[in-house]
Design a protein around this ligand. Structure first.
Ligand SMILES: Nc1ncnc2c1ncn2[C@@H]1O[C@H](COP(=O)(O)OP(=O)(O)O)[C@@H](O)[C@H]1O
Ligand SMILES: [Mg+2]
Length: 262
């Protein structure tokens, strides 16, 4: 399989030689088009892993490759969405979604020349996530769930090959979260985008992912990899099957063990 993401024996330490070793001996490979989930104890280096892949941090040891290229600076084929969407309150939702295009040099000229096309694309994404017609609203006029939907549109506007999601649904209520799982599931199926999802919600990981990586306590490394066997497309009903609960249970046990082993 061609790997879109390859993390090879990586160490990453914050704050100089005497600082915090966040991850050590980290290895992980994600295939093109795959949906990977990363779970592990809190503080084990999951967000660090995300920042290494997106090029926001560089490792002191080992290598991170995205699409076969060594990561040495922020990677432009990546879209990111984090837990607390930071929408600019003075911009409409639509203009917030277009923001990445204004920031990334490569897209800036295209945005100017093809503004109408991008506005249409943003509106199409809004429709996919169930926010048709909300582009003209300001972020503070939207609920938390709606803001997170808009945040997903913003992560996808530049058609990234790789979508990195760091606990994107943590702040939402259970029903809204399940709705957004279906949105992500459908985006993944329709757009062929590769997704890496960090989550502490083991049901979320099991429902969405093809493969789940379990990390150790800090310094984080991958302890175990699970292939999720449930057929796609998956319905929320799958969560009530025995096999599903067995997998969640097993993951829970592994993380509980990893926590005390620290
Ligand atoms: N910018 C930073 N400076 C210093 N230490 C950090 C920084 N970011 C994270 N850390 C530390 O690195 C470890 C891993 O953090 P993080 O990757 O955010 O964990 P997770 O996302 O799994 O909760 C933690 O001990 C955290 O305190
Ligand atoms: Mg984190």
């Amino acid at each position: 399989m061609h790997h879109l993401v390859s993390i090879e024996d990586v160490d990453m330490r914050y704050g100089g030689a005497a600082g915090t070793l966040a991850v050590s001996g980290l290895n992980m490979k994600v295939g093109k088009g795959e949906f990977a989930a990363v779970v592990g104890p809190s503080g084990c280096g999951k967000s660090t892993l995300m920042k290494l892949v997106t090029g926001l941090h560089l490792p002191q040891r080992g290598a991170v490759l995205v699409a076969g290229k060594l990561v040495t600076e922020p990677v432009s084929i990546v879209g990111m969405a984090f837990q607390n969407p930071t929408m600019l309150p003075w911009r409409t939702t639509l203009d917030n979604i277009l923001l990445p295009l204004e920031i990334v040099e490569k897209h800036r000229h295209r945005l100017r020349a093809h503004k109408k096309e991008y506005v249409e694309k943003a509106e199409h994404l809004l429709e996919i996530v169930g926010l048709k017609g909300f582009g003209s609203k300001f972020p503070w006029q939207l609920s938390g769930g709606m803001q997170q939907r808009a945040n997903l549109c913003r992560a996808l506007i530049h058609e990234p090959e790789l979508l990195m999601l760091d606990e994107p649904f943590g702040a939402l209520d259970a029903f809204t979260r399940e709705e957004l799982w279906c949105v992500i599931r459908d985006l993944h199926a329709a757009q062929g985008v590769t997704i890496v999802l960090v989550t502490h919600d083991l049901r979320e990981a099991t429902f969405l992912a093809d493969r789940i990586f379990v990390m150790s306590a800090r310094p984080g490394r991958v302890l175990k990899e699970h292939v999720v066997p449930f057929e796609r497309p998956r319905d929320l009903e799958v969560m009530y099957e025995k096999g599903f609960n067995d997998m969640v249970h097993e993951l829970h046990g592994e993380i509980a063990k990893a926590r005390v082993a620290a």
